[in-house]
Design a protein around this ligand. Structure first.
Ligand SMILES: [Zn+2]
Length: 732
């Protein structure tokens, strides 16, 4: 939830299909047209972004030589080279084999991978208006490039031949998995359809892409259009930082001297949490949850219906009954029923807890409010905050004094040493090029054998042109099919850069996220797969490993050695740790209910018949049937559920966050049950062997069973959220 993962040197945020065609290799790709290959070679040599990586550690990106003027020609060249490689594979006169088709595809796209590494840095770490112009121009070209590969009929026929042969004569396990994944990916994108159906398929995709853009733009328009202004006598309860931002927001909109609550989540959330002005809270709440639902030019209801119809028609061309069934086939859940079963197992406990929370709040409101009120949705955050203070009394400033960035980094290295047997050492100053002076690089080796594993780049601080949040990526992923490649992994955060000599003190949430992203880096570094495709992620599974790593932050060994007061050096007191842990279950009724309501609606929309559907009515009726508490609204109401309707990334996939949570809680109990706790050597060895190292080279459900000796159960998640554990052992 915290970041976008750009996995294994493949820019999945740009086009998923690129993953099929791209990989990293030092071998010269075989092309039939040697003349063209020579010319390409010459051009490649003059453009830094296309050049092979040189220097130590098997070659590293030339981040110190990046020049934006090189980007467009490099991308165009790299795509042309990749397409030539694909054509050569597709037109090979020899009968299709794993080696001459699949392995060649895995090998192709070396230049493009290199260019995309730089593209990713400009996009996320070093953006400028000039870069965004190039990005705008390149986006449709990248999409066209990817279609040329996914719709290459001759290529698909060769993949299909290899796949069908493998059904008669199975290949070695890892090769079989690569073939299965590639074949399925192409087939899921309509590669196996008749020419007429393919034509309709392409038309539908084109219509959908316009609808997705319209849906997203309508949300943006309503976020800009509806702003609540207020005056100096209405500031009661608001924190000073919010008041300052609100004054600036009003001034920016031509109303100096007033204050403005803009129609975005962070603004709404803070205002509803702190403002004593109930009437204003109601207005802010209504604006936010009506985005895309105002029966005007920016209304999204008809878009929802059109999107659902087209999605159903498109998967129908491939013989699927509904979109959810098509989407989930290669996810860990595999079927919509399995995802629904999990959600409905947690739902009753979540809504029951929400009712208890409302009762607590009503009591407090009765005792403190001058007029008699009944808790409404716009009161939830406000009274929840008052109950939180009352019950937990956690001072976030006090916690920060024990969370210093340098110590936290050492804590992560310690954890990696205990679990993965990794050692982290800073590389010699200046030996590895970086794109900004703040970026630091460490070499990762095996603690026992000293074997080199890779590098870890850390870009810790916020700056202009860097996107917000935290994320992990790789510049090069581990593979062995063309000689063993080391891993170039990176973590990126937005801590506020301190004055020279001052410590960086972070919140508990930010420290948790820091561990989370490091979990992604360890997942990359621990990879032992042979082929690039096997490094790819499974959406309801890849967040699990990183979420699990968060748990080591609050282990005794980490607290006692690394969570030390920045002035006194004293470790964080036990009582403070206990307070943090207790506060973690607070307000889980609200949080779980608002999340599940959205995840359940996502699934119900895609399982229903979209003909004659009225989305508002459908939403209202479905939630009523589920027994949605009237004091809570969906985290994302349908007319602004961008995860699901402004693209396909999370369509029938929003449940995935909870799926990963179940695995996280259950796997964490494997450690707490073991004699050595979180540092138990046997459980750690299994963790690395089955949950990290295989990446996507084995079925995730099978990998989990090897680790745990059984399927994951929801019990641990229920305990973590402070919910009662159901008797009928809900399983997934
Ligand atoms: Zn993550």
């Amino acid at each position: 939830m915290k970041e976008q993962i750009i996995s294994a040197g493949k820019v999945s945020g740009v086009v998923a299909l690129l993953a099929l065609a791209s990989c990293t290799s030092v071998q010269t790709p075989q092309t039939q047209d040697t003349q063209a290959a020579t010319e390409q070679q010459q051009q490649a040599e003059t453009n830094v972004l296309l050049q092979e990586w040189s220097g130590p550690y098997q070659g590293v990106p030339a981040f110190d030589k990046m020049n934006l003027a090189d980007l467009k020609p490099a991308m165009e060249k790299a795509m042309a080279i990749n397409l030539a490689e694909i054509e050569a594979i597709a037109n090979n006169p020899q009968p299709a084999t794993f080696e001459n088709t699949i392995e060649e595809m895995e090998r192709a796209g070396e230049e493009l991978n290199r260019v995309f590494t730089y593209y990713g840095i400009w996009g996320s770490n070093m953006s400028t208006p000039e870069f965004r112009e190039i990005q705008k121009e390149m986006a449709p070209k990248i999409s066209e490039f990817s279609s040329k590969i996914s719709q290459n009929e001759k290529l698909f026929q060769r993949i299909k031949t290899v796949y069908e042969n493998s059904q008669k004569n199975p290949l070695p396990a890892d090769q079989q998995r690569v073939v299965d994944l590639i074949y399925k990916n192409f087939a899921m994108e309509g590669a196996d359809l008749s020419p007429e159906k393919k034509k309709r398929y392409a038309e539908i995709n084109k219509e959908l892409s316009s609808l997705y853009t319209a849906f997203g733009n309508n949300i943006l328009a309503d976020e800009e259009k509806y702003v609540v202004y207020f005056t100096k006598d209405q500031l009661s309860g608001l924190p000073e930082s919010f008041v300052k931002a609100a004054a600036k927001a009003a001034a920016d909109r031509g109303k100096p001297g007033q204050y403005a609550v803009t129609n975005t989540r962070s603004s709404m959330d803070q205002f509803l949490t702190y403002s004593d002005e109930r009437g204003l809270r109601e207005q802010v709440w209504k604006n936010y949850y009506s985005r895309g639902d105002n029966n005007d030019a920016n209304d999204n209801k008809q878009n929802i219906v059109n999107i659902l119809k087209l999605r159903k028609e498109r998967v129908g061309l491939m013989g699927y009954d509904n979109y959810a069934e098509w989407r989930l086939q290669d996810r860990m859940a595999k079927t919509p029923e399995a995802a629904m079963e999990l959600m409905m197992a947690v739902w009753p406990a979540a809504t029951a807890r929400a009712r208890e929370e409302v009762a607590d709040m009503q009591k407090l409101a009765n005792a403190t409010s001058k007029t008699k009120i009944t808790i409404e949705p716009w009161d939830y955050r406000y009274y929840a905050e008052k109950v939180r203070k009352d019950k937990y009394d956690l001072d976030s400033d006090e916690v920060k004094q024990y969370l210093e960035l340098g110590n936290l980094t050492q804590a992560m290295f310690f954890t990696a040493g205990e679990l993965f047997n990794f050692d982290f050492k800073p590389v010699p100053e200046g030996s590895v090029p970086v794109f900004h002076e703040d970026v630091k690089v460490w070499e990762v080796t095996d603690k026992t054998s000293g074997e080199h594993i890779g590098l870890w780049y850390l870009d810790p601080f916020a700056r202009q042109g860097k996107r917000s949040g935290a994320w992990a990526t790789t510049y090069r992923a581990h593979t062995t099919f063309d000689g063993k490649k080391n891993v170039l992994s990176s973590n990126n955060s937005n801590f506020v850069k301190p004055a020279p000599g001052e410590p960086v003190l972070v919140s508990w949430d930010d420290a948790t996220t820091f561990f989370h992203e490091f979990g992604h880096a360890l997942h990359f570094l621990a990879s032992n797969v042979k082929y690039p495709t096997l490094n790819s992620g499974v959406r309801d599974y890849t967040e699990f490993q990183s979420q699990l790593l968060e748990r080591w932050l609050s282990t005794d060994k980490v607290i006692n050695q690394f969570l030390k007061h920045y002035k006194t050096g004293e470790p964080m007191p036990k009582e403070l740790v206990a307070k943090i842990e207790k506060a973690a279950t607070f307000n889980q009724g609200f949080e779980t209910t608002e999340f599940l309501a959205s995840a359940l609606m996502d699934m119900h929309f895609h399982l229903a018949d979209p003909n004659n559907m009225d989305p508002d009515k459908f939403e209202k009726e479905t939630l009523a049937k589920l027994g949605m508490p009237k004091e809570i609204v969906m985290r994302h109401r349908s007319p602004h559920f961008g995860h699901v309707f402004s693209g396909e990334g999370y369509a029938t996939a929003y449940y995935g966050y909870m799926w990963a949570d179940v695995l996280t809680s259950d796997a964490s109990e494997a450690f707490t049950e073991a004699p050595g706790g979180f540092y138990d050597k046997d459980v750690a060895a299994k963790l690395v062997k089955y949950l990290f190292a295989p990446r996507n080279s084995m079925d995730p459900a099978e990998a989990y069973r090897m680790f745990r000796g059984r399927d994951a159960k929801i019990d641990a998640l229920m305990r973590d959220r402070g919910f009662p554990v159901p008797n009928n052992q809900g399983k997934k």
